[in-house]
Design a protein around this ligand. Structure first.
Ligand SMILES: C[S@@+](CC[C@H](N)C(=O)[O-])C[C@H]1O[C@@H](n2cnc3c(N)ncnc32)[C@H](O)[C@@H]1O
Length: 195
């Protein structure tokens, strides 16, 4: 179930001296997501970070909101030992109880189509209120990312592929935010995308 691709070398390359994103940048995003959920009237008491890698979101929550129950998971034995996550493959596992906020950032491009589809179902089951989701797409690989620093050795699918599957359980609010249908948050028409 573990994946040796994500070993010490992988983390040194992408999260070492020149990390793909800094803790400070993640802090801005986490603040925005947390406050956006508060604006919608939701409250975050539990957080699940999936494929957490260095675990920046979990670290931010533990520091800024120590009352929130935080769980972080990863399929990499190295990441689990180094950063303290539970060893879980999101294609094969969903928690027994949902979390208020789920974060899955830059993970699903590493799964083939069948595993990614299973992972999206597990992420949907894992989310009570809101999920922050991002994955590298074929469009991103061509147009939005720095190709010299991004790991492009991945399953590059279309954005539509993800949208179609996520829209079964979520409303898309934009900016990576997916609001769970029936999860208690009501979005105004123009707060959500048209899909
Ligand atoms: C690009 S890193 C992203 C790390 C972190 N989410 C971030 O945004 O900085 C990809 C991570 O996904 C993890 N991963 C890959 N496949 C996974 C799977 N099937 N289940 C859980 N984690 C997985 C890897 O071990 C690695 O830590």
């Amino acid at each position: 179930m573990t994946n040796s691709r994500f070993d010490a070398n992988y983390f040194a390359r992408y999260y070492g001296e020149q990390p793909v994103r800094t803790m400070n940048e993640v802090g801005h995003l986490a603040t925005a997501v947390h406050e956006m959920v508060a604006w919608w009237g939701g409250s975050i008491r539990s957080v699940l970070e999936v494929g957490a890698g260095p675990g920046d979101w979990s670290a931010w929550y533990r520091t800024m909101h120590p009352d929130v129950r935080v769980t972080s998971t990863d399929v990499s034995e190295h990441a689990c030992e180094q950063f303290g996550h539970e060893l879980r493959d999101i294609a094969e596992w969903a928690p027994s109880q949902p979390y208020d906020l789920v974060i899955c950032m830059d993970v699903l491009q590493y799964l083939d189509d069948r595993a990614a589809a299973r992972a999206l179902r597990n992420l949907t089951m894992a989310t009570r209120t809101v999920m922050y989701f991002d994955a590298l797409t074929a469009f991103d690989a061509k147009h939005t990312v720095d190709r010299s620093t991004t790991d492009l050795n991945a399953h590059l699918r279309s954005g539509n592929w993800y949208h179609e599957r996520l829209a079964r359980g979520f409303m898309h609010a934009g900016a990576g935010l997916w609001v769970r249908k029936g999860g208690g948050i009501v979005l105004h028409e123009l707060e959500r995308t048209r899909r």
